[in-house]
Design a binder for this molecule. Structure first.
Ligand code: CO
Length: 498
């Protein structure tokens, strides 16, 4: 019996996914266990796999398969797969082969150049590679095409449909509403935080974090956690969704909240119908911004909430009787929600965080439209930190060299971090309507009830809807910044007595 065109399409997509997932394994290894001297050829291996995955995907027969499969008798989900793949295909097909290869080659040396520059605290080491990357990204925006702003073309990879116009609108709200609120908070007395930087043995930290990650519903039979310099979540296929963690023995927040965050990403991946829809849009995450909404939801809306620590602090205190003997649950809750301007984005509290993202967005937008030179980035960066957060980085290592993204050619990614938070506030509001006992469930650790809601309302849909559509299904409207502002005012207004 001959296979249907749809089956052939599915098989082809499976191959593309195999190549990408193999690349994910190599990249995970690079960031966890690879010895130093493996770096040189690992970059090349990753570039080869990336190029092969691209070649498999833009094969002309996939194009004709997509067209002929449309005429078959298909289910709704199958139609969605074809429609979205067709869109991806048209977009990917625009890339000339030489461009893909050039980008892969340039970014292959990007990571080590960035890493060296950061270690030696010298932007000049990274500058030439970054200049090449920016030049290529500008070329890429032209190749892809755009209606209004070249940066729109690049954001499409991370949040389909997102535009500079929309991001500017959201950040205008951030500037007009969140930043003044921050000022009010910063004028108030600080919460007590001395206990956060006491001694917490690494293995005990992980023992508690792992217990909480398990409680959320993260499945260790289909995942694992390893130490890496930067926490991340990666998927190798159905049944293998991994997270990485890091720990500082003198700073409690570092491991715990990153572990919850990455497990939130992991839960989304584990909840996708990936087995039945391997390599297909219906089995893939909607967008990076939505991905981030899932991690932020667990990290901030759940694990930084008062009910969470009312419920879990006694157990944490038992684990660390010395370091937490003179601390109450309420003090701990306030301590892990300290609002304070700082230099490092990944360590920022959930309010000042958006200033970090906004600054990177301004820089990326300016680099791509050509109104800023790469050589001007450090100065521009430091000036904006002073303007929005009132602090000035003393070095590029704690300034513009802190994030890895640019080194692998990722432009358009940063706005999704903020959008993720804003989505998660909107998601929480919707969830509270469906689950009025939300606070009690969090306090008593009934996380499966929350997870079930996320599974049914978000995870199961894969890429079926875009973010605006899915948010509308969930909450009755597309993104509204007011949800986040209401959440922030209620939570921090109470903590700081405003
Ligand atoms: Co994340």
């Amino acid at each position: 019996m001959s296979q249907s065109k749809y089956d052939l399409y599915k098989k082809q997509m499976g191959k593309v996914a195999d190549l990408s997932n193999a690349g994910a394994v190599l990249s995970w290894d690079q960031q966890t266990y690879m010895p130093k001297n493996g770096a040189e050829f690992r970059g090349q291996q990753l570039a080869t796999l990336q190029t092969m995955a691209h070649e498999q995907f833009v094969l002309e027969d996939l194009g004709s398969l997509l067209d002929s499969a449309t005429n078959e008798n298909l289910t709704e989900d199958q139609k969605v797969n074809l429609k979205i793949t067709k869109k991806d295909f048209e977009r990917k097909k625009k890339y000339p082969h030489e461009f893909v290869e050039e980008m892969a080659n340039v970014t292959a040396s990007g990571f080590s150049a960035w890493h060296e520059a950061r270690t030696k605290n010298d932007f000049k080491i990274f500058q030439p590679v970054l200049e090449k990357i920016v030049e290529l990204k500008r070329k890429e925006a032209k190749i892809l095409g755009y209606a209004e702003h070249p940066y729109d073309a690049l954001m499409e990879d991370y949040e389909p449909g997102l535009t500079v116009k929309k991001v500017d609108e959201v950040f205008t709200d951030v500037k007009n509403q969140l930043f003044p609120f921050l000022k009010t908070i910063l004028a108030k007395p600080k919460s007590r935080v001395d206990f956060i930087s006491r001694h917490y043995p690494k293995d005990k930290q992980w023992a508690f974090s792992e217990k909480m990650v398990r409680k959320m519903g993260y499945n260790f039979d289909g995942g694992r956690a390893d130490f890496a310099p930067h926490p991340f979540c990666t998927t190798f296929g159905p049944g293998d969704v991994r997270i990485t963690i890091r720990a500082s023995e003198d700073y409690y927040n570092e491991m715990f909240f990153a572990a919850i965050h990455e497990a939130g990403h992991g839960l989304y991946e584990q909840g996708l119908p990936m087995r039945e829809q391997y390599g297909l849009p219906m089995g893939s995450a909607l967008s990076l911004a939505f991905h981030e909404s899932q991690s932020r939801f667990w990290e901030n809306n759940v694990a930084r909430s008062r009910p969470y620590w009312v419920g879990n602090f006694p157990e944490l205190q038992k684990e660390f009787p010395e370091s937490l003997k003179d601390v109450s649950a309420e003090e701990f809750y306030k301590g892990v929600n300290l609002v304070e301007p700082s230099f490092i984005r990944v360590e920022a509290d959930e309010l000042t965080y958006h200033a970090h993202v906004y600054i990177r967005y301004l820089i990326e937008k300016a680099l791509i439209e050509g109104s800023l030179e790469v050589s001007q980035v450090p100065q521009f960066w430091n000036d904006r930190y002073e303007e929005y957060l009132g602090i000035r980085p003393k070095s590029d290592a704690e300034g513009c060299l802190q994030d890895v993204h640019w080194s692998y050619g990722s432009f358009g990614y940063f706005p999704t971090y903020s959008l993720g938070s804003f989505y998660s506030a909107q998601i929480e509001a919707a969830m509270r309507k469906a689950i009025p006992s939300f606070d009690r469930e969090v306090e008593t650790g009934k996380f499966p009830i929350l997870l079930k809601w996320l599974r049914e309302n978000i995870h199961i849909h894969g890429r079926k809807y875009n973010s605006e559509e899915l948010l509308t299904r969930i909450s009755g409207s597309g993104l509204k910044f007011s949800y986040f502002m209401d959440y922030a005012r209620k939570k921090y207004g109470e903590i700081y007595g405003i």
